[in-house]
Design a binder for this molecule. Structure first.
Ligand code: ATP
Length: 354
């Protein structure tokens, strides 16, 4: 791993000076949020064409999933909403969100959790990077009922994947001038599985003497996060603990509607809202907070090295949220999604017709 944010040179599809990016709107609020991203990109003159692939409650065939995988492999990069994983209510219906990550080997999930000054929240000074294992652990989707009433659910931890993630985290910390990594685990109970994750991370830490390495048990971590989150810098976690911790921190910063999450493998990258909610209950009501998906779109632009466009849209988000105080109800405001994306007062023209 040479460059931490992009493990290897991305395979990118570019023709006539424009990138092609796969867009999977998904379920719930995904489609309306993607509509805002498309409009804002058009308004800001972003040289990106979207190849929109439906993969949602109405597109459940194996061929739909395959099309999505082929499109991401062809374009190298995707922006995605969350796909409802409860379809059919069949026990053997796998989560296609998880399958996409494993199929594309997106081993690292990265969340930068930073407070927004104007958003009412318990703490104003949170600045934590979460680096989460994204393809194994409790998400291996290997469950079976041995005899009626007895279920075995496999949690797979491998040295190879743990070391790979740990190296990614230390390289990331080095590149972004972070000084401490805390490995989160439950190795006092899952001595072999979590024990392997912890020992693999500890082993890799020896190659990075300038970065402090600590470990913390996951339940204590949740308590510490709620009481004193400022103590954390970079958190390195297995899969399931990672989603719990991400949700706790996103909650402390202002909820599901603000932060984005990045999924990286050696070849491909997928960008999405950080807490991966479908938001089914609020879909189509013009109340969803567009910020998390807009932040995901900026992460995408940075990945494509379209820094100017990313900065333009990020500064528009910050002005709209912090200075103009146009905020949706999930963070205590009274504005609609469309009020946010049509904010006319933004000096760079963050103003779209939806
Ligand atoms: P479910 O899918 O479990 O039936 P849901 O889709 O309504 O329920 P989740 O997707 O689990 O809910 O989301 C969790 C919570 O976060 C919900 O209260 C949802 O409204 C809220 N939420 C998620 N994304 C956003 C957003 N962009 N803006 C505002 N609220 C959001």
């Amino acid at each position: 791993i040479v460059e931490a944010q992009k493990p290897n040179s991305p395979v990118l599809s570019k023709y006539g000076g424009r990138f092609t990016v796969t867009m999977i709107p998904g379920d719930g609020i995904g489609p309306e949020l993607m509509g805002y991203v498309q409009e804002i990109f058009r308004y800001a003159g972003v040289p990106v064409n979207f190849e929109v692939i439906p993969l949602d409650f109405n597109h459940i065939e194996e061929s739909h999933f395959k099309n999505a995988v082929i499109a991401i492999k062809r374009n190298g990069v995707a922006i995605k909403g969350s796909i409802e994983s409860k379809y059919g209510e069949h026990a053997d219906a796998v989560s296609r969100n998880v399958s996409l990550r494993t199929e594309l080997d997106l081993f690292a999930n990265v969340l930068h959790c930073k407070s927004y000054p104007s958003v009412r929240s318990r703490y104003k000074d949170i600045d934590i990077i979460i680096i989460r294992q994204n393809t194994e652990g409790e998400y291996s989707m290997l469950e079976h009922e041995n005899v009626t009433g007895v279920v075995e659910s496999m949690k797979i931890i491998t040295r190879k994947a743990s070391e790979r993630l740990a190296r990614y985290a230390f390289e990331y910390a080095k590149k972004h001038n972070r000084s401490k990594i805390t490995c989160i685990h439950k190795a006092n109970i899952m001595k072999i599985g979590d024990g392997l994750f912890l020992s693999s991370c500890r082993e890799v830490s020896k190659d990075y003497p300038d970065i402090k390495f600590e470990d913390m048990i996951v339940d204590n971590t949740c308590m510490q996060l709620v009481a004193r989150p400022q103590q954390f810098d970079v958190m390195l976690t297995p899969n399931l603990y990672g989603t719990v911790i991400s949700n706790v921190i996103c909650g402390l910063v202002g909820g599901a509607g603000l932060l984005s999450g990045r999924n990286y493998g050696d070849k491909f990258a997928v960008f999405e809202p950080g807490t991966r909610n479908t938001g089914t209950a609020i879909a189509g009501r013009n109340i969803a907070n567009p910020v998390a998906m807009l932040n995901a779109s900026c992460d995408l632009l940075e990945h494509l090295e379209l820094e100017n466009h990313a900065n333009l849209i990020r500064s528009a988000i910050e002005q709209t949220l912090n200075e103009d105080q146009i905020q949706t109800s999930d963070i205590g405001g009274q504005s609609t999604s469309i009020d946010f994306v049509q904010n006319p007062s933004h000096r760079y023209g963050f103003f779209v017709q939806v």
